[in-house]
Structures are given as structure tokens and as C-alpha cells.
Design a binder for this molecule. Structure first.
Ligand SMILES: [Zn+2]
Length: 59
């Protein structure tokens, strides 16, 4: 049982990594990881929404 290389598992789903899609098991997981990166690094584009507490006159 001499394995040529240690089994590396996909960081997304934990399945064995596919050589063609390293370090993931499939393009799907690669997209998931990419999505995590994007959501982690970039903010969602849009107008700056400042959360100012509006105190409406309670009249
Ligand atoms: Zn995977």
C-alpha cells in the first residue's frame, strides 16, 4: 500500500482532491472557495449606507 502522494482533501467538502482541480476536488468547490474570498475581501458594491439613528419627533 505505497501511495505515491498523501491524500489531500478538499477544503470545501472534504473529498479527495482531484489532480486537475487542485487544491479542490471539483470546479464547483473552486468556485465556492473563490466566492468566499471575494465576499471576504471585497465589500458589496453599492451606495454608502450610513446608519444614522433618526430620532423622529414624538409628537
Ligand atoms: Zn470539494
Amino acid at each position: 500500500m505505497a501511495e505515491p502522494r498523501p491524500h489531500v482533501r478538499c477544503a470545501i467538502c472534504g473529498k479527495p482532491v482531484h489532480p486537475s482541480h487542485r487544491p479542490f476536488c471539483s470546479p464547483r468547490c473552486a468556485e465556492v472557495d473563490l466566492g468566499r474570498w471575494l465576499t471576504g475581501q471585497y465589500r458589496i458594491p453599492g451606495p454608502p449606507a450610513e446608519l444614522e439613528e433618526d430620532s423622529p419627533p414624538s409628537t
